[in-house]
Design a protein. Structure first.
Length: 436
């Protein structure tokens, strides 16, 4: 039950960019600007550095375990099947919860542009992307590249058209809320740039993974950082930072200052295209995690079935899309956001713990053939501390929802474990009676 390596650097990087650039930045940019003022640019530099710290650790693990499942595989390999099951379930839940507000956002923004019913649009998007992913990861990857290229061009257009209208006086004072404001905005920036780990989740389908995965992670983080920085530079330069912080549509409001009524329409088009790429990246990550859990026995092996012609995990894709449709139809966006934060950060923490275990047990001669995190153990320790701080800020609702989801995963593990024990015992008894 192995997937075929068909994704090159372009497709892998597009997968990461697509997962990172969602509608969140078009709202969170205003939140961040309200906290840090014009110094929000420094905040996003810090956020990008934090992403790179985690990316370095994930890149080493991915070069050592280039299989589908990402964090689930890393934790299972180094901390055992129980911890792997819980984290795999958390990782899967984080992507599923996030996918619900991504597809809903797509439906809402498309409705504002052309008037299509929001829910119908969201469900249609999931079905179409599901079909693309069944046809083949290479085909899906090509679609992802095209979407991301259009997305980047539109964001560059926003920057080029906005730069001549920047008022330098709006950058004063540069640090109105001090260091505390910069740090607070950096946390917002960090959460707006997660998603590059989708590359790792599809690691079994990446060509030359020891080189391609690290390069794709760094490329996607750097490209998204440049896009976000240019967007923030223009937004803070055409609208006072405090006004921007109070707006629920900060980028659309900023674009209106130099593009008139066409500005919000351009931003809506960018958001719709971005959400298509994000939803596609989510389907890839969700289905590959389900495939890995099926292959290892957490889910029925039925979900590890590979299509004989297309070479894709057809049942895992179908399962993922079906659950995404259910989440999109019935879930609350507020609960989904809080649950995503808790489950995602918990996944980071356990992955970093497994990183230390993996580094200690892997012989030096093997590590020399793989990508290695520089300045060990300083970088992974710093990344772990930052994740613990972020977990504390999630809040009560995220904690309760996340713990409930973990409880379901634990119950599923116990059921599967007992069923496997029963089957093994039955086989042994049958073999013994036949020998007798």
């Amino acid at each position: 039950m192995e997937l075929t390596r068909r994704l090159g650097w372009k497709e892998s990087t597009a997968l990461g960019i697509g997962a990172m650039v969602g509608a969140g930045i078009f709202v969170l940019s205003g939140v961040a600007a309200g906290k840090a003022g014009p110094a929000v640019l420094i905040s996003f530099i810090l956020a990008a550095l934090l992403e790179i710290l985690l990316g370095l650790c994930y890149a080493e693990l991915a070069s050592r375990y280039p299989r589908a499942g990402g964090a689930y595989e890393f934790v299972r390999e180094n901390l055992g099947s129980l911890a792997g099951t819980i984290i795999g379930w958390c990782y899967w839940g984080a992507w599923l919860a996030a996918s619900s507000f991504v597809s809903k956002g797509f439906g809402n923004y498309l409705h504002s542009l052309i008037g299509m019913p929001p829910l119908s649009s969201a469900l249609a998007l999931l079905l179409v992307l599901g079909i693309f992913n069944v046809i083949g990861v290479k085909f899906s990857g090509t679609i992802q590249v095209l979407i991301v290229v259009v997305e980047i061009l539109l964001l560059v257009l926003f920057f080029v058209l906005g730069v001549p209208h920047i008022d330098p006086y709006l950058y004063r004072p540069f640090v109105p809320n001090g260091v505390e404001g910069i740090v607070s905005a950096a946390l917002v920036g960090f959460l707006s740039m997660v998603g590059w780990d989708g590359i790792v989740a599809a690691g079994e389908e990446v060509k030359n993974p020891r080189r391609t995965i690290p390069l794709s992670i760094f490329s996607s983080i750097c490209i998204v950082f440049l896009l976000y920085s240019s967007l923030l530079l223009v937004s803070v330069g055409v609208v006072p930072w405090d006004v921007l912080g109070e707006s629920s549509i900060p980028v659309a409001y900023a674009s209106q200052q130099f593009l008139g009524a066409f500005g919000p329409k351009l931003v809506n088009i960018v958001i719709v295209i971005s959400l298509m790429a994000t939803a596609n990246a989510f389907i890839v990550s969700i289905s590959r995690t389900a495939f890995a859990m099926g292959r290892n026995g957490l889910l029925p092996q039925f979900f590890a079935r590979i299509h004989p012609r297309f070479g894709t995990p057809i049942m895992a894709v179908s399962l993922g899309v079906a659950i995404q449709i259910a989440f999109t139809t019935f879930s609350s966006i507020n609960i989904a956001v809080s649950a995503t934060g808790f489950l995602y950060i918990l996944t980071f923490i356990f992955t970093l713990i497994s990183f230390f275990v993996s580094r200690r047990k892997t012989p030096l001669e093997e590590r020399l053939k793989q990508f290695q995190v520089p300045f060990y153990p300083f970088i992974p320790i710093l990344a772990l501390l930052i994740c613990v701080i972020l977990l504390i800020t999630v809040g009560r609702s995220g904690f309760i929802t996340g713990v409930c989801w973990m409880g379901i995963g634990l119950a599923l593990y116990l059921v599967r474990y007992k069923s496997v024990q029963y089957v093994d015992t039955h086989r042994i008894q049958k073999s013994t009676s036949e020998d007798t």
